[in-house]
Design a protein around this ligand. Sequence first.
Ligand SMILES: *Cc1c(COP(=O)(O)O)cnc(C)c1O
Length: 428
Amino acid sequence: MAAQTVARTTDSDSVNLGPAAALSCRECGHRVPLGPVFACEECFGPLEIAYDFSGYDTEELRKRIESGPANIWRYAPLLPVPADVADKPNLNPGWTKLVQADNLARELGVTGGLFVKDDSGNPTHSFKDRVVAQALEAARAFGFTTLSCSSTGNLAGAVGAAAARAGLRSCVFIPHDLEQGKVVMAAVYGGDLVGIEGTYDDVNRFCSELIGDPAGEGWGFVNVNLRPYYAEGSKTLAYEIAEQLGWRLPEQIVVPIASGSQLTKIDKGFQELIRLGLVEDAPYKIFGAQAEGCSPVSAAFKAGHDVVRPQKPDTIAKSLAIGNPADGPYVLDIARRTGGAVEDVTDEQIVDAIKLLARTEGIFAETAGGVTVGVTRKLIENGVLDPSKTTVVLNTGDGLKTLDAVAGTGLTATIRPNLDSFHEAGLA
Ligand SMILES: *Cc1c(COP(=O)(O)O)cnc(C)c1O
C-alpha cells in the first residue's frame, strides 16, 4: 500500500458527514479523523466509519425513517452523509422491492417464508448505486473532481451515472473482456471507460498505484480511497429488508460475495438495528454465495481456514469474479459467528437458477442472482439452510446485462401468420 494513502488526511473540521464521527481501524481500533484514507497508519488494517449514535430516541428515529423518502436517504441518520443529502443531485437509489417468492418457495420446499430482495430495480440496475451514492457524498465533502473506480462491471455503470448527474468527471477502469451489456451500460453516461488487459485484481492494483501518483490527484476512487464511505451503502440493504419485514430481522439471508464488503455491512446493519432498538435482538444466520470458478472464500470456509487463498477467476459470474477478496477473512468470521456458511455453485447451476427464478417469480436476474438462488437451493438440499425459517435471498443485478448467460433461450416456434400454422406448431 502506498504511504501517501495512509498519511494524507484533510481538515476534519470542514467535513460534514452527518453521524460519521471518525474512521476506526477494524483490526486495532485506532481512530483517525474523517478523510480520504482507507488503511490504518498504525497497523495497515482497513478503516471503517465510527458513528456517534448517542442521543437517538428509538421511536423518534423509527418515525423519522418511516416518514422519509422512498430511497436510501430515509436512513440518512445512520449513514456517513450530511443531513440535507436528499436535496443534492444524485440518483436516489434504494427502497427496492422485497418480493414474497411463494412460487420459488414451493419449488425449493421452503415453508418458513421466502423473499427475494430485488436490487435490479436500482437506477443503473444493480446494488452498486447504493454504495456509489455514499462515496459521492464523501467525494463532494473532500473536494474531489473526478470519480473513479476499479470495477467488475456494475460499479463502472453506477459511477458513470452518479458522476453524470452530480456534474463530476468520471474515469473508470474495468477488465477489458467484460460482458457487452456491462460495457455499454458503463459507457453511455459519457465518462471515460478504460479496459485493462488483466483480471479485476490487476485493475484494482493499478488503481492503488494511480492513487499514489500525481496523476491521481483530485481523484476519488469510490472503492479504494473512499472505500470506508462506499462500504456503508450496503447497510441500507439490511435496513430495508428489516423495515420491509415489519421491523424484524430475517432468520436466514443469502448474500453474494465479490470482495465480501456487502456481506460484512449487512451484518453491521443488522447489529446497528439491534443496538438502536429498532428490531428485536433475535438470532440470524448469514450465508455467503460464490461461483465455483471464483470461490476463494467458500474454499476457505470448507477447509476451516481463517485466511483466504487467492484464485484466478474463471466463471460466467463476472460481477463476482474477485480472486483476492479484501473482506474475505471478515466474511468467514461472520458466517461462523452467526451459524451460517459459504457455498459455491457451478456455471451450469447458475444458469439453471437464473431460469428458475425467472420462471417462478418473473424476476430476470444477472449471473450474481443465479449464484445466490443456486446456492440457496444447494444449501437446502444439503440440509444446511433450514426451510422452516424466514429466508431472504438477494438478487443484486439485472439479467439484461448478462444476456449471454442464457443465450440458448429463445423462440418456442416460428410460424406463418395463420391459424393452421399455429395449430401445426402444437401451441393451442
Ligand atoms: C459488486 C457486486 C456484488 C457484491 O460485491 P462486494 O464486493 O462483495 O460488496 C454483488 N452482486 C453484484 C451484481 C455486484 O455487482
